[in-house]
Write a protein that binds this ligand. Sequence first.
Ligand code: NAP
Length: 486
Amino acid sequence: MDDDQGRPLRFAVIGAGMAGILSAIKLREAGYDDFTVYEKADRVGGTWRENTYPGLSCDVPSHLYSYSFALSPDWSHRFSPGREIQAYLEDVTRRHDVEGAIRFGEEVVRGEFVDGRWRLETSTGHRDEVDVVIAATGVLHHPRVPDFEGLDEFEGAAFHSARWDHDVQLDGRRVGIVGTGSTAIQIVSALVDRVEHLTLFQRTAQWVFPQDNPAYPDDEREAFRSDPDRLAGLHSHLKELFGVFANAVIDADSPEIRMIEDACRANLEENVSDPELREKLRPDYRAACKRLIMSGDFYDRIQRPNAEVVVEGIDRIEPAGVRTADGRLHELDVLVLATGFQVDAFMRPMELVGRHGRTLSDAWAQRPSAYLSISIPDLPNLFMLNGPNGPVGNFSLIEVAELQFGYILQLVELLRDGECSEVSVTAEALEEYEAARTEAAKNTIWVSGCRSWYLDDRGVPATWPWPFDRFRKEMAAPDLAAYDRR
Ligand code: NAP
């Protein structure tokens, strides 16, 4: 960028997942060419690079889980498999020619704000100095492995769902899966017909929304290819259809949530024939209180003769398998821990030191928070994509990141245009925002009586509790009164 176009700015983007790729493309599009994307792994893709478990797909329709500027006519299914999403992200990176800006194998471990710039240090000892940091480090990133007694002594193979060991033979083996989140449910459906015996260790039953997954036949994909309006039309249609889920969850009394509940209940009643199994699978809380499971085949697959749902708690792991609280040993060859993620890490363990020596650890000593999930007081010129307490639910985090990026660019323009050289939310604005968010969360389905990863240490949902349209409006232009500009 030339001087007459304002102050030249150098950027660091942290992470080359969905949001980091987006940042690189959008920075260049806005005329900011001086940036580096730091990626600790050796490939782009983030969560889609790390999760490779059998049955992996996104429960947001693929045509919505796409960049608005790179709609694809080629998705194979309404909910396409994870490897297709990974290929899509790699393809978009290539087509937008941003791969050259990525430094692979470099994890940013530390950053300090000195004299108006961020001094960064990576795991290889490389140093960089930038004006703006964009943290695109993802949400569900660090696996949560329960500390089951005896786990190390298990003689079979044991691994977390996000660290799938593809060298381990599954066909014809006895496989145990711990957990009943979206991940476990997808794994069960994909594996049951391949294994000799499948044991699902369920701590909490889940409501399952009956969602089929139709393929897009070749001729339909060809039609999308030759007629972009048709593709755009499908995008709008799906957005409207799935918008119901996004808005239903924020109002526990809405007719939409009742409709979802009815559909889940009917799914259980009509599609699980064995009364004993049906009761095991029946949750004792309201649908969508936990992240809603979308599956058209889970109930079918879990009723296979070689599948078993175990509801007794796990007492310990033994060399031969899992011992449950009723004293029974479930002998296994493979144990999959689909036990979720440490959901409050975000960009940590990166160490950040902002103004007046104030650190990220100080700011997040109690729990992570950020104004509109983007900015943190005293950490100027540092912006997060998909940061704490942002929108969650069955809608596209790509759309969320795009909206957030548009907002961040407007703050960056203040720096470029010399209106200020440091910008971060004020402590007061963050406090006010958090108070309003916490209050609004009381109306949501997430606090209707269940345990879930949405709830923080106080039991407050760590999410956006308002309609998605309000998020869109907030992202349209920053309220500058909320920002400390120097
Ligand atoms: P999760 O929703 O956090 O589920 C973890 C599961 O492990 C829960 O059933 C939990 O039981 C169980 N668990 C944890 N610790 C346990 C212990 N010590 N003993 C027994 N059970 C234990 O994790 P996830 O399934 O990986 O999904 C996380 C999120 O990733 C989803 O909510 C979704 O946002 C995203 N995801 C999305 C897709 C998709 O299709 N878009 C697919 C996979 C994941 P409790 O329920 O009792 O706590």
